[in-house]
Design a protein. Structure first.
Length: 425
């Protein structure tokens, strides 16, 4: 009998702790999961000179090994349903003169599974102190998962080979491989005034693809951008991107959790840089409105502006356009102006506002709450969201809100255990 009681007690205790952790705000973990594999000052790292060149087309299964350092020259396509496998600890340096870019085409796979103690690194080919955002292209993955563009297929505007540049389909379970414990640094080459590559572009990528523990730093455009697709993403870090940290469009169906955007306003551009930019389409006339609209479920997210003195270019943390579903819960947002901005077309009707949910979240040092581009809608919006929403508006220094928000050390942006509001008590 005592044994049964003891088992029941420990089961109840375990359930309590699991529920408590689920309610904790911001990124979570029993340990600081940013340790060991991340780097917040990649311009100071002396990477080995390239010993091997990667160029042209990879049309058969290929393996990159740690003992070599690779230079990615021009646009490199993985085609013909081939798999490119990269060993833990391998360094791939994107060539700046030819805009080194890696493209995993529809049906092919990238298996880039690093280790916490031995991450895979994609970085600039430039020397220390010369590295800048946009030194090289980035990584592009084209899959077969659904998108909401007319015809169900689309191409990216990145000057890619026309016969290889297509994504979309009917397979939400499509598998484009594994990206885990990797860093992508100084990517996002500007191709023209209105075309910029992202750190990681995910186009029609399916949910059997693994995306976890990825740090993108100093991208010259978005860090992560999803064009449609159906994905579960976790433990992502976007650091000092020039444009958006997480951008979703074309009917993307995304669950993103335990992830962080760390912004610095002096890294932002004037086009409108946010942590989350969420829309369902660029132009409604190019969209199949019978298909799914973008739906993002974001939980245990931390969005933080490192500059606390209202200097530099500070905008909203989240921008949402019409006909889009977005949920943010169990999160911490600190230092933006305002917290959320809704496109004016959304209006203030309950049917549209019901598509957007903001719960159990700390809104710290934000100049404004949930607002609209159309100021006449703000009164109704505040009445809709604020009662019983679980949003806590605070004025707390980052050092009090987070465990160790000093980027020059080994930062720990989990909620400060001394801050009972933040840890969900």
């Amino acid at each position: 009998m005592k044994t049964k009681l003891r088992i029941a007690f420990f089961t109840l205790l375990s359930t309590f702790f699991i529920q408590a952790q689920q309610q904790a705000k911001g990124i979570i973990g029993t340990n600081n999961w940013m340790n060991n594999w991340t780097n917040f000052n990649p311009s100071k790292i002396e990477y080995s000179e390239a010993t091997n060149i990667i160029a042209g087309t990879i049309d058969k299964d290929t393996r990159l090994v740690k003992r070599n350092t690779y230079q990615l020259v021009g646009i490199v396509y993985v085609t013909n349903n081939a798999t490119l496998t990269i060993e833990p600890g391998t360094v791939i340096r994107g060539d700046d003169k030819t805009c080194g870019t890696l493209v995993i085409t529809n049906g092919s796979k990238l298996i880039a599974e690093g280790l916490e103690t031995d991450p895979i690194i994609f970085t600039s080919n430039k020397e220390i102190t010369d590295r800048r955002p946009g030194d090289w292209g980035g990584i592009i993955i084209l899959g077969k998962a659904p998108i909401n563009s007319l015809g169900g297929l689309h191409t990216l505007p990145f000057n890619l080979e026309p016969l290889l540049n297509h994504y979309g389909g009917q397979d939400a379970e499509d598998n484009s491989g594994v990206l885990k414990y990797i860093r992508i640094e100084f990517a996002g080459r500007k191709l023209s005034s209105d075309k910029e590559l992202n750190g990681l572009s995910l186009a029609g990528v399916g949910r059997k693809t693994t995306l976890s523990n990825i740090q993108i730093s100093f991208s010259n455009d978005d860090s992560f951008e999803c064009y449609g697709g159906d994905l579960n993403m976790n433990n992502l870090i976007s650091y000092r991107t020039t444009d958006d940290d997480f951008d979703f469009t074309q009917g993307a169906q995304i669950n993103i959790n335990n992830s962080i955007a760390i912004r610095h306003p002096f890294s932002s551009d004037v086009s409108g840089s946010r942590c989350f930019e969420v829309d369902s389409y660029d132009k409604i006339q190019n969209t199949d409105m019978s298909k799914k609209m973008t739906k993002i479920n974001a939980s245990n997210i931390t969005l933080v502006n490192l500059e606390e003195n209202n200097q530099g270019l500070v905008r909203e943390s989240v921008f949402v356009r019409e006909n889009t579903f977005f949920s943010l819960s169990n999160s911490i947002v600190s230092g933006f102006s305002p917290f959320v901005l809704l496109e004016g077309n959304i209006g203030n009707g309950n049917e549209n506002l019901a598509k957007l949910s903001f719960k159990n979240t700390i809104v710290n040092n934000c100049n404004g709450g949930i607002t609209s581009e159309s100021s006449s809608a703000n009164g109704a919006i505040q009445n809709y969201y604020n009662p019983n929403s679980g949003l806590e508006y605070t004025k707390i220094k980052n050092i009090e809100l987070f465990t160790l928000p000093n980027i020059k050390e080994k930062p720990d942006f989990r909620a400060n255990i001394n801050n009972t509001l933040a840890i969900g008590n």
